[in-house]
Design a protein around this ligand. Structure first.
Ligand SMILES: O=C(CO)COP(=O)(O)O
Length: 256
């Protein structure tokens, strides 16, 4: 399996953090620090910061993403945002199926699949999140669960469309807890996801698939994680809110 076949992607997930002034300041600090990155750099920000982030990153190597989108094109869906609304603004990425959406907002594998397909159809790049809860890991069903999440999320997504998808493996027990998966654990599950892609599509598609790790990745542990053969970068929460820390992770992925 040749890691050089795919590009590492470091994506920040700001979650529900930063007002517009803070967003602008963070991006201003970040720009020079990641300007020479050889991996892709993405920041996924709250809807209210998208316009600010797009303006602040113009002409740079930093791409902008949203943290979710709805599966319908328009209609009576109070509080939702469609994929077309995002692309119209110039947004290029969207996170779909984050565990916080699944845990707190009733997101299911089926709605993750619908949102993934809608985002792809609109031309967005999808960061598709999968990952087990601590209980699942303790019950020894991590591989089965993550395989199922991946298969349902990608139902009816063609091999061509798959090029618009990045998968983020985020063990729920490692998110925001300071408890990182070991490099071996992260690599093991990323490799399982890759084998699911090989089964669903083919080996070439699996080899080309960017699979990130996410969950308490920080400036200290990033290097070891992104050096793993099946880990192609990361989806970063807390550490993405600090320009210096995020840039250290970007540098680690540029070398890894
Ligand atoms: O959920 C995450 C990224 O989507 C990870 O969050 P933390 O890096 O804060 O653990």
């Amino acid at each position: 399996m040749n890691k050089t076949l795919r590009k590492a992607v470091i994506a920040g997930n700001w979650k529900m953090n930063k007002n517009r002034a803070e967003a602008k300041a963070l991006i201003t600090d970040l720009k020079p620090l990641v300007a020479d990155a050889s991996c892709d750099v993405v920041i996924c920000v709250p809807y209210t910061n998208l316009e600010t982030a797009l303006a602040a990153t113009e002409g740079t190597n930093i791409k902008v993403g949203a943290e979710n989108c709805h599966f319908e094109k328009s209609g009576a869906f109070t509080g939702e945002i469609s994929a077309d609304m995002l692309t119209e603004m110039g947004v290029e990425y969207v996170i779909i199926g984050h565990s916080e959406r699944r845990q707190y907002f009733g997101e299911t594998d089926v709605t993750v699949n619908k949102r993934t397909k809608a985002a792809i159809a609109a031309g967005l790049n999808v960061i598709l999140c999968v990952g087990e809860m601590l209980e699942d890991r303790e019950n020894g069903i991590t591989a089965e669960l993550v395989a199922m999440q991946t298969k349902i999320a990608l139902k009816d997504v063609s091999k061509e469309e798959l090029k618009q998808v990045i998968i983020a493996y985020e063990p729920v027990w490692a998110i925001g807890t300071g408890k990182t998966a070991t490099a071996e654990q992260a690599n093991e599950v990323c490799a399982i996801i890759r084998s699911v892609i090989a089964q669903m599509y083919d080996q070439a598609a699996a080899d080309a698939m960017t699979i990130q790790y996410g969950g308490s990745m920080n400036a200290k542990n990033a290097e070891e994680l992104v050096a793993q053969p099946d880990v192609d970068g990361g989806l970063i929460g807390g550490a993405a809110l600090k320009a210096e820390d995020f840039s250290v992770i970007v540098k680690a992925a540029s070398n890894g």
